[in-house]
Design a protein around this ligand. Sequence first.
Ligand SMILES: [Zn+2]
Length: 289
Amino acid sequence: MYKKRKIKFIIIGILAVAVFLVWSAYFSSQPNDKMKVYFFDVGQGDAAMIETPNRNQILIDGGPDNSILSKLGRVMPFYDRTIELVILTHPDSDHLAGLVEVMKNYEIGAILTNGRDCASAICQEFSRIVKQKNIKTITADIGQKIDFGSGVKMDILLPAKPSLTKVADGKSEDNNLSIISRLAYGADSFLFTGDAEAKEEMELISACPYLKAEVLKVAHHGSKNSTSELFLDKVRPKFSIISSGAKNRYGHPKPETLEKLKKIGAEILRTDLWGDIKLESEGKGVVTR
Ligand SMILES: [Zn+2]
């Protein structure tokens, strides 16, 4: 008898905990005014995720391997298997390889790419899965605007679609065709730059004279070929995010880049030193979490 009652109490206890967990998951997933922006520590590569107040997810690049899957698993609600938009800034494997894994494991609303041909093995795998899962693909172009709802909007600043630009080849041309986008929520804005180098930064300055942003995803992992003084002077970020691998073989971020960021008074947040970075915005000032 005593034993039976004890079992009953244990079962009731387990049920109460289960109900609590379900409700707390439900309430934590209800819309609020907060937009969250994560810059994941995926080693030497880029992967950032935006979660809008109405719980849409936008993933910009996926890093070099499947480590992105555990990162997403940690921050997305367990029942949400959809990423509304994936942006591949350019098809280098330190941005693309993780996205292939994401496409295998999540439903993807649409993919935005720079539309340039790419023949590498990882690009072929990417194209195969896009085809197999029939994922809608959009080619980026200057002037595109995306409305994610609840006041979150994105402008595509560069590059122009392929038919409008001359054929490019070579490594630095690849970087200089990175999709550059600006995300805005209330008074806050975030500039995502992929691996753009000084050449694309100059193009951006002439295409888009107003570039002020509270948060700058520093281009090309903090390499010395990006983040020119002229460009930084236009952006004047409060926070600058550097996504690079701990002790990476390229020596990113470069001391000269860090120096330039310090000089304009930007707070530097680095995935190689601090791991995942989380920022929050209610449209009136970005805070780190
Ligand atoms: Zn890169």
